[in-house]
Ligand binder design. Structure first.
Ligand code: 6PG
Length: 244
């Protein structure tokens, strides 16, 4: 498997360590290059991290130089409780001094989800232009069947080579989603997976197995070409815990 594994007893411990790491990564990167592009994920796992970043690092992160993106979004209005943007807004973005123009949500208000995907591709291309790398840090979670962002098993979007985003229909609720595709996700300078919960053990075992196919376990397709990959794993999700 690729990447470094950092294992923690609990999600709280994991989130504390991740928050400290991320705060210093943001500070160092902003000192070097003047801005930091952070892509957030949905799901429940990052809520604790968000809260810590907002509470403990409100003053210690140069928020005015941070740009927020989303690795995926559900095709629902931004005030719908299923919206990844709403989750990020409530747990982090409303609590820190980040300029509104630095927040780049997926525009889900368009009449068709393919149009939302197209518009987000345009937004990403405008921001990154010809940059070799995309996000300075991409935060990802993993579903219990091995999906990541909204790249679910067997989707055609898993083989996308050109488009930066895809409109996908997935076997989850809500079904219609917009996801950033591998070519952009894998140009990130760093990718941190945050994984917690016993229901993740089986998929994580497969994702760590070099013989597994990313079409079956899409988290395996995340392999940043010129970036760091770190698996932040809570004990509850760790495969070896099974049977022993
Ligand atoms: C989404 C996510 C998704 C998520 C995983 C893990 O929009 O649903 O971006 O890929 O990260 O499903 O979710 P949990 O953290 O809730 O387990």
């Amino acid at each position: 498997m690729r990447g470094e594994i950092r294992k923690f007893g609990t999600l709280d411990e994991l989130s504390l360590a991740a928050a400290e790491d991320i705060a210093s990564l943001i500070r160092d990167t902003v000192t070097e290059q003047g801005r930091f592009a952070l892509a957030l994920s949905g799901g429940n796992t990052p809520r604790t991290l968000h809260r810590l970043l907002a509470e403990r690092y409100r003053e210690d992160i140069p928020w005015n130089a941070v740009h927020i993106f989303f690795g995926d979004e559900r095709y629902v209005p931004h005030d719908d409780k299923q919206s990844n943007y709403l989750m990020a807004k409530e747990t982090l973005l409303d609590l820190v001094p980040i300029p509104a123009e630095n927040i780049h949500p997926v525009p889900t208000g368009l009449p068709e989800y393919r149009k939302s995907a197209d518009a987000y591709e345009t937004e990403l291309k405008k921001f990154f232009a010809d940059d070799k790398q995309s996000f300075d840090l991409l935060l990802l979670g993993m579903g219990k069947e091995g999906h990541t962002a909204s790249l679910f098993p067997h989707l055609k979007a898993l083989d996308e080579k050109e488009r930066w985003t895809a409109a996908v229909e997935v076997p989850a609720v809500p079904a219609k989603r917009i996801t950033v595709t591998y070519p952009v996700l894998n140009r990130s300078s760093a990718v941190y997976f945050l994984i917690s919960g016993e229901d993740k053990q089986d998929a994580l075992e497969k994702v760590f197995d070099d013989a597994s196919d990313f079409h079956l376990y899409p988290a395996r397709g995340i392999s940043p070409a010129a970036g760091r990959l770190v698996w932040w794993v809570a004990e509850s999700a760790y495969p070896t815990r099974k049977g022993g």
